[in-house]
Design a protein around this ligand. Sequence first.
Ligand SMILES: *Cc1c(COP(=O)(O)O)cnc(C)c1O
Length: 390
Amino acid sequence: MLELDEWLSKRIDQTKAAGLYRKLRTMNTAPLPEMLIDGMRHLVFSSNNYLGLANDRQLVYAAETILNEFGVGSSGSRLTTGHTEWHRRLEEKIAQFKQTEAALLFSSGFLANVGVLSSLPEKGDVILSDKLNHASIIDGCRLSKASTVVYNHIDMDHLEEKLKKTSHYMRRFIVTDGVFSMDGTIAPLDQIISLAKRYHAYVIVDDAHATGVLGEKGRGTSEHFGVHPDVVIGTLSKAVGTEGGFVAGSRVLIDFLLNHSRTFIFQTAMPPSICSASYAAFEIIEESDTKRKLLDSNVKKIKTSLVEMGFEVKGDDTPIIPVMIGEPTEAVIFAEKLQENGIFAPAIRPPTVPVGESRIRLTVTSDHSSNEIDYLLECFYCIGKELKLI
Ligand SMILES: *Cc1c(COP(=O)(O)O)cnc(C)c1O
């Protein structure tokens, strides 16, 4: 038997040989469009801070006030000593924002997905899951005692075929991302819900990238399509700008999760200061659509310009903009050249995406100025020409 470290070094060498080695970069500034990364100035086009709220003064003030009053940590799980009025107020706010009866906070979106999928579908049930669903949904399915059937990405015919083939299960749950994190596609929730009605299935949607972004008021995929899925899951860590996850739905659903979801029961409650900051974020999102309009016009400008230049751009109009490059080595060179020009945007390679679909995954926020976007586009044009991609 090898020493543990010796064996792990071998495993890491394999990871490196496969070109999949990852390492940390240190951010030396607050999350803004322009940041110091490892001491170097960069324009960042890879953040989830879609509405620029992570560094918003109103949120900082809200956190600061409650931090002084309640202290740093929550000291216990929600069912023991961790539940404060700020948890209650935020849950009421989320329920009102998502237009559901109730909501429940989790410590992260990851834990909300795992908590729902490992408790709601039971043995004898089946989960129908989109092929490109987030890792936390996949892990939730793995932890569930129900079976899992995967359908092709947003392929409604394939989903229907799977629904026809799974009628012998007790209950059926369709689970989907609202906006897909690598492709920027929007799940056709209206069609998913009508299929679910026809074949008697429940619908769970993970609105991590849609909350604050999609729909007239930013309520998410449900508002975008004017539909009401059975379970809405979300995160506070993207457009909301803070940290934590939530589930929104009926009062009974929330009561069930509070009693049965292990990632809720056995987890220390979020700090109250983060709850008050999140509360302030929802107020900002509800009050005005200025940030959302800015975001939307930034998305449209980047997508239209890249397509005009001759790039292949995937996805619907969301802040996730995948620019297709093809081979992993080319995608890496592209990302390095962007970085040489002071732009931070990652190359995404297999196995995260299929072979031949390596890409630069751009994300844009409402805070990016038109000068910053013009500079990004200029760099894309030059590098695209240099690498003969356009
Ligand atoms: C980011 C993300 C999550 C996880 O949310 P966290 O709050 O960061 O744990 C879950 N689902 C999707 C689709 C995501 O993009």
